[in-house]
Design a protein. Structure first.
Length: 141
């Protein structure tokens, strides 16, 4: 449990805008899929999140229990879920007709995923370029 407390303590030092973004993502991509658990798109996102957590905690431990730019690697499974969801929407298999709440969530989740994946790609590029500082230090600059 200390690991979660330590992680939350680091996140609490992030800029306010980033804390709001993280809360938004947690709501849209982690909590709300359970409202639509009978839909394949929600199931794909839940499965991706379980894998994200596993890889994310591995990266967190490997980085000395510090959140670094490498932490975004854990969201690789979101990329797979995003492609799957976009494919389902584009082919009409998402079955959003007459399901306004599901449709609203699905499109909101898709946009949220797209934005998050851009941030993750940027972070991973920075990490590959040598930016190894903990995020707390990065944002303290």
């Amino acid at each position: 449990m200390d690991m979660f407390n330590d992680m939350n303590a680091q996140i609490a030092q992030f800029p306010t805008w980033l804390q709001y973004w993280l809360t938004w993502m947690q709501t849209v991509l982690i909590l709300l899929p359970f409202l639509f658990i009978m839909r394949r798109e929600a199931q794909a996102l839940i499965a991706a999140q379980v894998l994200n957590f596993a890889l994310g905690f591995y990266v967190y431990a490997a980085q000395g229990y510090m959140i670094t730019k490498l932490f975004g690697l854990g969201h690789i499974f979101w990329a797979v879920a995003f492609v799957y969801i976009i494919h389902r929407i584009a082919t009409g298999k998402a079955e959003t007709q007459d399901r306004p709440y599901f449709r609203a969530w699905l499109y909101t989740a898709s946009v949220t995923l797209a934005i998050s994946l851009v941030f993750d790609a940027y972070d991973l590029i920075q990490y590959a370029g040598g930016m190894r500082d903990p995020m707390v230090e990065y944002y303290a600059r």
